[in-house]
Design a protein around this ligand. Structure first.
Ligand code: LMR
Length: 392
């Protein structure tokens, strides 16, 4: 029977990770998968995370099951971090297996409520969004997002496409630090998206995987907060992988805001989804997060370190844009400084991306997405030269 299985297309980002590991060249540079690296190329455990784990080791008295939707302390702390002041009468929440788990459960929930839904996704988007939708058999439609000329947002195209969404459809939005482009909506554009959603009756599902990596914890949640305040119903899938650096602990949360009358129904459906998928959600990462956010000193230290991470990425963006300005005598790469988050889409062709890998041992995702956090002060000039030599 198992011989009937069809070979699966490897995920492009994960396949590139494997290719990088197998490359034996000295000085190779990995700008593929979205993992933060510090100036010496390590992905450190954040100070507050270590301290929280230490505290947990000393004080935890049981490893018995947690609550089916996850511990309230974790879900409440995340809701407060994301929404500021969450409306308790409208909020249901679910601890999930990472941000991917939150996306998956959010889509399952939307489909339970609206079996005929179409999901609208930004062109381009994180490839796994599309893969999950295809695997679930959910019809999908692209909305224009990235302007290849300016490397900014094609908002006119986005608005025109989203105006065609129907009641019962889902619009998948990136809350901040758009993956893969790095180009983000302005506050005014978020207002306009809220208006479009109101007019069409489509349900927003906001993927918030990089809160704190763009302009700051609160600033990066502004668009999400605006949508959540204006729309009667909103889904938010958030990840703790990047901002807490706990990638392998698989920690995420799904928030669902509904009419107060539908709150309990929504919470019940969400707990049911966990039970059908994996029963109880993992607790270790969630407990790290609630320990940090529930302690003023740990929270302050975590925020300070997150700010260091963000500033490090901003400095690399400025350095790269500056190097490219010098090498090309033009400002056509200044968009790198305007983009936010871990990623920027360079606008290179697949052939140019391949040449950069072949000639300079620099690994970039095929759509020319670079992970800014994979760079350091010494590798920025190497990348800048490789970009120019490849004719980008
Ligand atoms: C990425 O886009 O590189 C990250 O979100 C990691 C992943 O799982 O693809």
């Amino acid at each position: 029977m198992l011989g009937n299985l069809k070979p699966q297309q490897p995920d492009k980002i994960l396949a590139l990770m494997g290719e990088f590991r197998a490359d034996t060249r000295q000085g190779k540079i990995d700008l593929g998968v979205g993992v933060y690296k510090d100036a010496s190329g390590n992905t450190p455990i954040m100070r507050a995370v270590k301290a929280a784990e230490q505290r947990m080791l000393e004080t935890e008295t049981t490893k018995s099951y947690t609550a089916l939707p996850g511990e309230p302390a974790f879900r409440d702390a995340m809701a407060a971090m994301i929404l500021g002041e969450p409306p308790a009468d409208r909020l249901a929440s679910l601890a999930t297996v990472g941000g991917t788990g939150a996306i998956r459960q959010g889509l399952e929930l939307a489909r339970m409520a609206s079996p005929g839904l179409t999901v609208w996704y930004s062109d381009p988007t994180w490839p796994n969004h599309l893969s999950i939708l295809d695997f679930m058999g959910i019809p999908k439609r692209a909305y224009r997002y990235f302007d290849a000329e300016t490397r900014g947002v094609d908002f006119e195209g986005m608005a025109a496409d989203l105006a065609q969404a129907q009641p019962g459809d889902v619009v998948l939005l990136h809350g901040c630090c758009h993956n893969p482009t790095g180009a983000n909506l302005t506050a005014t554009q978020w207002e306009e998206v809220a208006g479009l959603l109101e007019r069409t009756g489509a349900l927003p599902l906001i993927d918030l995987a990089y809160q704190g990596f763009g302009d700051g914890l609160d600033q990066d949640a502004e668009g999400t907060r605006l949508i959540a305040a204006r729309l009667p119903e909103t889904l938010i899938a958030a990840s703790c992988s990047k901002n807490f650096g706990i990638y392998r602990e698989r920690t995420g949360v799904l928030l669902a805001l509904s009419y107060p009358a539908a709150r309990d129904l929504t919470q019940g459906a969400m707990a049911f989804l966990n039970r059908q998928t994996y029963s109880f959600p993992p607790d270790h990462g969630a407990r790290i997060v609630s320990t940090i956010l529930g302690d003023a000193e740990l929270a302050a230290d975590w925020k300070a370190e997150l700010e260091e991470v963000r500033n490090h990425m901003l400095a690399l963006r400025s350095q790269l844009a500056g190097e490219l300005r010098d090498l090309t005598g033009s400002n056509r790469f200044d968009f790198i400084e305007e983009h936010r988050g871990m990623f920027s889409r360079l606008g290179a062709t697949p052939e140019q991306v391949e040449a950069i890998k072949r000639d300079a041992a620099i690994y970039i995702v095929g759509d020319s997405r670079i992970n800014i956090a994979g760079l350091n002060r010494d590798t920025v000039p190497i990348l800048a030269r490789a970009i120019v030599e490849a004719g980008v």
